[in-house]
Design a protein around this ligand. Structure first.
Ligand code: FO1
Length: 314
């Protein structure tokens, strides 16, 4: 079983490739839920949905989130009632949030609901939210604390990041199946997601980081930072804001206590020796996934790295 830790858009590209080179039934994905937001009374789990829609082949490829070909009629009508419409919820996407919220209101857990949704899309990979407890990523700026989606979508990630808080994380527990998946995986992949606000919340759920340190499974990460810039979204703003340089080396430092190998982009080949000085292996590869062939190629490369480490860890 291959286990992936994932945020949303960046992770999904790799997952799409992985699901084409291994049997998706042998893939488990633990997904960040720190980005979750309640809007119009509905529980919205952007990263979980992005992973499911991508693996189902219904994701909007250009935006990376939402459903391909979706319309926004309901949102327009919500605007007519004076509701906030900065978070673009498509009509089909809204059905997912209505369904999820109804099931949660009936007392189902987020793990159960996520499983029902992925089955409805015939997604064979197992999708696990990091926790059933609500955790909220809060961004600290000079104007005060803001929820992650307000910072990113409503305000366009304009302000400098002064800090990040995962609200209620200390009271959260890994969702059922999460620790077992880490313990029993044959290989673990940290997708090229933002290490602070996408993978960070997953690692901060009490017990998850410790399980990664303890597992016998080899662990490979792919850097989302290439040539001092983030491939997608405001990773650079978050790294800078928390005092890290915007470099694959920072990604290595953030994971080095449990990581075995970091895949960095070919353009960063010069960083290989400094990363290896952290007592972990590093490999340069083509990490840009701008077409289906490149997604498959990086997925294969990641699996080759995992295979090279098998039996090596402790
Ligand atoms: N991202 C945006 O930049 N603008 C949006 O209006 C937006 C809406 C949206 C709706 C549903 C969904 O599942 C995701 C959505 N996203 C949107 C993406 C999301 O804000 C972030 O990319 C993730 O939370 C970061 O991983």
């Amino acid at each position: 079983m291959i286990l992936a830790l994932a945020g949303g858009v960046g992770a999904s590209k790799l997952l799409r490739g992985l699901a084409q080179v291994i049997d998706p039934a042998e893939l488990t994905v633990i997904v960040n839920t720190g980005d979750d937001v309640i809007l119009h009374g509905l529980t919205i789990c952007p990263d979980v949905d992005t992973v499911i829609y991508t693996l189902a082949g219904v994701a909007d490829q250009e935006r990376g989130w939402g459903v391909e070909g979706d319309t926004f009629n309901a949102l327009q009508w919500l605007g007519r009632y004076g509701r906030e419409c900065w978070f673009n919820l498509g009509d089909r996407d809204l059905a997912t949030h209505l369904h999820r919220s109804a099931l949660l209101n009936e007392g189902r857990t987020l793990t159960e609901v996520t499983d029902l949704i992925r089955r409805a899309f015939a997604v064979r990979a197992r999708i696990l939210p990091m926790s059933n407890e609500r955790v909220s990523t809060i961004v600290l700026t000079d104007d005060g604390p803001q929820s992650f989606q307000s910072y990113l979508v409503r305000d366009g990630a304009r302000r400098a990041v002064r800090g990040v808080i995962f609200e209620e994380i200390e009271r959260s527990r890994p969702a059922p199946g999460v620790l077992e998946a880490i313990e029993t995986a044959d290989g673990i992949i940290l997708c090229p997601s933002n290490p602070i606000i996408s993978i960070g919340p997953v690692l901060a759920v009490p017990g998850i980081r410790e399980a990664l340190r303890a597992t016998k499974a080899p662990i490979v990460a792919i850097s989302p930072v290439v040539s001092g810039r983030s491939l997608k979204g405001p990773t650079d703003k978050f790294l800078t804001g928390l005092g890290h340089e915007v470099s694959a080396l920072s990604v290595a430092r953030l994971y080095h206590d449990f990581l075995d190998l970091l895949i960095i982009d070919r353009l960063d080949t010069g960083l290989l020796p400094v990363i290896e000085a952290l007592s972990l292996q590093a490999k340069a590869a083509e990490t840009l996934m701008d077409n289906p062939e490149r997604k498959i190629a990086l997925a294969k490369e990641t699996l080759v790295c995992l295979a090279s480490l098998t039996g090596w860890r402790r």
